[in-house]
Design a protein around this ligand. Structure first.
Ligand SMILES: [Zn+2]
Length: 264
């Protein structure tokens, strides 16, 4: 993939005004406690998944079993399709969204489509067709054992193979195991895909609660190879202008201690 600043040459939507990611300035967020919590169903049950190196990320596809999100101000019920990661070449960068200007070493995106659309193909034609929930990572001394299922398989997808990338089955586990304990607090805004064509079809929820990962575990992601040759790292798009959008929060931003995070 070419450098993001040139994307809009070939993908004009990438230069539009509802792009992602963004910097989230917590003091500018509109606090709307009426948004309430996002309800996650099926996140607590083991489901079948596979992982592949698609050349620009490690992507976990749901192969059977259902997990959904709804409520929390979402305009419908959304079904989990895949999750993937963005990371840096060092611990100072990696996430796509930044919070108060801070970039985190990794960000996970769980991509869901609007079930009422019928299928993914229909949902991606709608301005709220996808709901992505994002989580930031922070470095911990100890390995996060909940990530062993994924990280132990990364060595089997080191190489990107052009055309159909190789999928490797994962042991069944609950997707909720990958999340922080009881994630509740999120920022909401309307944005886009962060890769071309940058379609402006995403309802974003970026959570405040972070996930812990060790330096060793993060290093395993950096060993993957990209579709252009060389290590797959810094696979994040820079933050885009907010323009006239408002970021909402479902929690009282001022009351929150940003240093508090939970380990799972
Ligand atoms: Zn992503």
């Amino acid at each position: 993939m070419r450098w993001p600043s040139t994307w809009s040459d070939n993908f004009p939507i990438c230069g539009n005004k509802r792009q992602s990611p963004i910097n989230i300035a917590s003091s500018e967020a509109s606090v709307q406690l009426s948004l309430e919590d996002i309800t996650m169903t099926g996140y607590d049950k083991p489901i079948a998944m596979s992982i592949r190196n698609n050349g620009h990320t490690a992507q976990v596809d749901i192969t059977s079993g259902d997990a959904f999100i709804e409520n929390g101000g979402l305009p419908g019920k959304y079904k989990l399709l895949q999750l993937h990661f963005h990371w840096g070449s060092n611990n100072d960068k990696g996430s796509e969204h930044t919070i108060n200007g801070e970039q985190f070493p990794m960000e996970m995106h769980l991509v869901h489509y609007l079930t009422s659309a019928g299928d993914v193909g229909q949902s991606v034609t709608l301005s709220e067709g996808l709901a992505v929930i994002g989580f930031m990572f922070e470095i911990s001394d100890d390995d996060n054992e909940k990530y062993t299922n994924i990280i132990s398989k990364l060595t089997t997808i080191t190489e990107y193979s052009s055309g159909s990338s190789v999928s490797v089955q994962l042991p069944e586990f609950a997707v909720g195991d990958l999340l922080p304990n009881n994630p509740r607090h999120f920022y909401r805004y309307f944005g886009s895909l962060t890769t071309p064509g940058c379609d402006e079809i995403v309802v974003w929820s970026v959570f405040k609660e972070k996930i812990k990962i060790s330096k060793r575990q993060l290093g395993e992601f950096r060993k993957l190879m990209s579709s252009e040759g060389g290590n797959l790292q810094n696979n994040f798009r820079p933050v885009q202008p907010l323009h006239d959008r408002v970021v909402r929060a479902n929690f009282n931003v001022a009351d929150t201690d940003d240093s508090a995070s939970e380990e799972k």
